[in-house]
Write a protein that binds this ligand. Structure first.
Ligand SMILES: Nc1ncnc2c1ncn2[C@@H]1O[C@H](COP(=O)(O)OP(=O)(O)OP(=O)(O)O)[C@@H](O)[C@H]1O
Ligand SMILES: [Mg+2]
Length: 346
């Protein structure tokens, strides 16, 4: 079984080839540099960069998979793409590329939910889909645009238990980094600073939202901004005032502690309430070492993460979702029976 996949939901342009369970190539172009001066993704710039890079990335993925272009009929058994959620203009580029590739190679088209991709990324080990998920399990998707808990009962069978009501956890990392004058993307910058922290930092609230499996991270971000205003003056942002490095590191650590504790506690509570012993964590924020350590320390649960290379957006995870769907059989060309773009499941 040979699958070609595309990923263009946000600021990574990616194409991947899988043959059987082996990943033959996973070409990724990250637009981080393009968006860095704005401290966040600018949708129109993202769409334009996808348009420019998609032919290059496709060629690179095909070349690395030793299947030199041009595409010929019969090259692939399926062509997959991220159908959403994502930025509309960016999604369109991946979809059109996938439709053209499917037409050329005479293969069916599979629209994959991007967040399912973040979950199934946990199955890769050394370039192979070697660690199949065991169901049922509790899923935490924690990324730049989403923070969601799912009850995953099997491949394609996901029930959303809770979502963020405002900012995603990754977005909170990005915004806090911006407030502190740290480079985009904020997650890795905040984690690096937090690792340098010595002594006690400010106490930020834990937005547990009792009684619901929903999340909320905008208040935590606001708490950081109030703290900075109290230390530097209300117009700190306009004047470009910054904390001293040692204090900045402590703020990063306090913020990260709060985000991590909230994510781990809410996820384990949800798993317990459903009697689930397995947890899988996916998405860009799952690269965070403190989050991995806190989940690792949980007793009574088996917790899975993806290898760090597959935490942020990539087409390999999209190819893998398509593979699982083909293996399950009963597949129909997904554009003719298009599910809600934003909802997980087949
Ligand atoms: N080490 C880290 N610690 C915390 N956050 C991190 C880390 N590495 C990356 N992130 C965050 O992960 C996010 C990017 O992840 P990802 O690429 O999965 O998100 P996205 O594709 O933009 O959003 P979505 O998947 O929701 O559509 C950014 O917000 C980034 O700051
Ligand atoms: Mg993503």
């Amino acid at each position: 079984m040979k699958i070609l996949a595309f990923e263009t939901t946000c600021d990574e342009t990616s194409a991947a080839v899988m043959k059987g369970r082996s990943l033959r190539s996973n070409a990724v172009y990250s637009q981080i540099k393009l968006h860095r001066k704005y401290s966040g993704v600018v949708p129109e710039l993202a769409s334009r960069a996808h348009l420019e890079k998609i032919p290059v990335i496709l060629r690179s993925a095909l070349k690395r998979a030793q299947n030199l272009p041009p595409l010929k009929p019969g090259d692939f058994d399926a062509v997959a793409f991220s159908r959403g959620p994502g930025l509309p203009g960016a999604l369109m580029v991946g979809r059109v590329a996938a439709e053209a590739a499917a037409e050329l190679s005479g293969a069916p088209l599979i629209g994959v939910n991007h967040l399912e991709g973040h979950l199934l990324a946990c199955e890769f080990k050394n370039g192979r889909a070697a660690r199949p998920l065991e169901f049922p399990l509790l899923t935490l998707i924690v990324s730049g645009g989403h923070t969601e808990l799912w009850h995953a009962r099997g491949y394609g069978d996901y029930r959303v238990l809770g979502r963020t009501r405002d900012d995603a956890a990754g977005e909170a990392f990005d915004k806090v980094a911006k407030l502190l004058g740290l480079p985009y993307p904020g997650g890795p910058s905040v984690e690096k600073e937090a690792a340098r922290a010595r002594g006690k930092g400010p106490d930020f609230p834990r937005p547990f939202m009792p009684g619901t499996m929903d999340f909320s991270f905008s208040g935590l971000k606001t708490a950081v901004s109030y703290y900075l205003a109290s230390e530097l003056g209300g117009d700190f942002y306009k004047k470009g005032l910054r904390l001293q490095p040692a204090q900045r590191a402590r703020v990063c650590k306090s913020f990260q502690d709060s985000a991590v504790e909230t994510l781990v506690k809410k996820t384990s509570q949800a798993a317990r309430s459903l009697g689930l012993k397995r947890i899988a964590v996916g998405g860009g924020v799952s690269a965070n070492g403190a989050l991995r350590a806190a989940f690792g320390a949980l007793e009574g649960f088996e917790v899975r993460f993806s290898e760090k290379a597959y935490c942020s957006d990539n087409a390999a995870m999209i190819a893998l979702c398509a593979l699982r769907r083909l293996e399950a059989g009963g597949y129909k060309n997904s554009l003719k029976v298009a599910p809600d773009l934003a909802e997980p499941g087949w």
